[in-house]
Design a protein around this ligand. Sequence first.
Ligand code: DX5
Ligand code: ZN
Length: 211
Amino acid sequence: MKISASLLSARDNLSNIIEEMNNLDVDYIHLDIMDGLFVPNLSYTDNEIELIMKNSNKKIDVHLMVNDIDTYVNKYLKDNVESITFHYEAIKDLNVIDKIKKHGIKCGISIKPETNIESIYHLLPLIDKVLIMSVEPGKGGQEFIPNSLEKINKLRKKIDTLNLDVLISVDGGININSAAPCIKNGVDILVIGSALTNSYNKKEFVNKIKV
Ligand code: DX5
Ligand code: ZN
């Protein structure tokens, strides 16, 4: 079980939170990128992105919530990037998958809550990760949508049946309560934002998730 920490809800204290994450047993920093088109909001400024990329001692897990996937992917083909994930709903050209993988970076595809998990089954042999959105993409601090568990469960079975090496990640509303059933249904990587960054004792929080 791995944790990818989203700092979106801790932007006013970004330098401190990066330092805190550097000293915690989290595995990746989840970098949410929004274009104001695929989702209504924008996320980090260029300066904030640079601050995170330069100061984090964890590898970066990039989550692109954008329409123009290709242009944004080009910005993140960097050594300290673990994976680049874009949205199934925005795909125009599958060549981007190879471009990411050629750089030794894992390629993920994400689906919104209203998208069926079956829609991406044909892409599973091409990718390294599926990111199931368990809230409407666009902002942190929302509540976990329970039917995400069924998607996780179906996807776990499909990946195991096909005997593929594809990771399952879930993003949105993950806290101590929602983490447990996600893990039980077969998630490999939990993206955790506000529940972690707002937590008073972050070390204890991480330990509880990782037991
Ligand atoms: C939502 C983002 C998430 C968000 C998670 O669009 O993709 O990564 O930051 O935050 P929490 O855990 O607060 O839902
Ligand atoms: Zn995200």
